[in-house]
Design a protein around this ligand. Structure first.
Ligand code: MN
Length: 257
């Protein structure tokens, strides 16, 4: 059997299942809040055009609007100043091969439950690799924190000094980019950086280092507890927005039972 014929048979039999890693686009879902002097990302908004009524007797449809970084979303390299001059740095120009690939999941749920400012360090990656093998070049790496199970104010976890949520250290992102040549990095939180990432060096190291190297980001992921550490395939094509810095998207994974 060819690889794809075998895959089709495995999908039909349930030997390969499809896992949804996406939050529902909803006006109530939180978006990142920047200090008030900066522009703000819009929440998801929706208005009805018609619903089998005088505005359209036989059909239901709506208009929606949102930020490029609203809900479960994709970050393109041009999102950050470090990536602004790279080729193919916008969502419409990234080769589509980047949107399907192997995924490694680093389970930090226990650590994040104990320390809301938990930083994923290189030693933890190395300990993970000692069990699961080296992260292959071109892989997506996802940081599982179970943060997606939070809701309301607990999700952004804002205080007077800003957001408190887990993320990677600068050294970890540099290691994943320079030593492992990953394709992208994803999180369950509202950004690829920790809530207090502005205080790291460089500030917002995941954004700065990933996008400066042409790597990609995913945020507000869900259901990472349903993925194995290795062996799944991630599918994450963003909307093809002209010159887009990112986009909401449906993210899913193929997982062998
Ligand atoms: Mn973003």
């Amino acid at each position: 059997m060819s690889v794809l014929t075998e895959l089709a048979a495995s999908l039909a039999s349930g030997a390969v299942k499809t896992v949804d890693l996406t939050h529902t686009l909803d006006p109530d879902f939180p978006v990142m809040i920047l200090p008030p002097e900066f522009g703000q990302c819009a929440r998801f908004r929706v208005e009805e055009v018609s619903r089998y009524d005088e505005r359209g007797p036989g059909w239901y449809w709506r208009n929606f609007s949102c930020g490029e970084h609203t809900g479960t979303h994709f970050d393109a390299p041009i999102h950050w100043i470090s990536g602004r001059d790279l080729p193919n740095a916008t969502v419409d120009a990234i080769p589509v091969s980047a949107f399907v690939g192997p995924v490694c999941v680093i389970d930090c749920a226990g650590e994040a439950a104990e320390d809301e400012d938990y930083l994923l360090e290189v030693e933890t990656i190395e300990a993970w690799e000692a069990i699961h093998g080296e992260i292959p070049a071109g892989a997506w790496v996802l940081m599982r924190t179970d943060w997606s199970k939070r809701s309301g104010a607990e999700y952004l976890n804002m205080r007077e000094d800003g957001a408190h949520s887990p993320g990677p250290s600068a050294q970890t992102i540099r290691f994943l980019v320079e030593t492992r040549d990953i394709l992208g990095f994803g999180t369950e939180t509202v950004g690829t950086d920790a809530g207090q990432g502005a205080h790291l060096s460089p500030p917002y190291p995941a954004h700065y280092i990933l996008h400066g190297a042409g790597k990609l980001g995913l945020q507000c992921l869900a259901n990472l507890d349903q993925l194995p550490a290795t062996g799944a395939i991630l599918i994450c094509p963003p909307l093809k927005i002209k010159h887009g810095s990112g986009s909401p998207l449906r993210v899913m994974a193929l997982v062998e039972e």
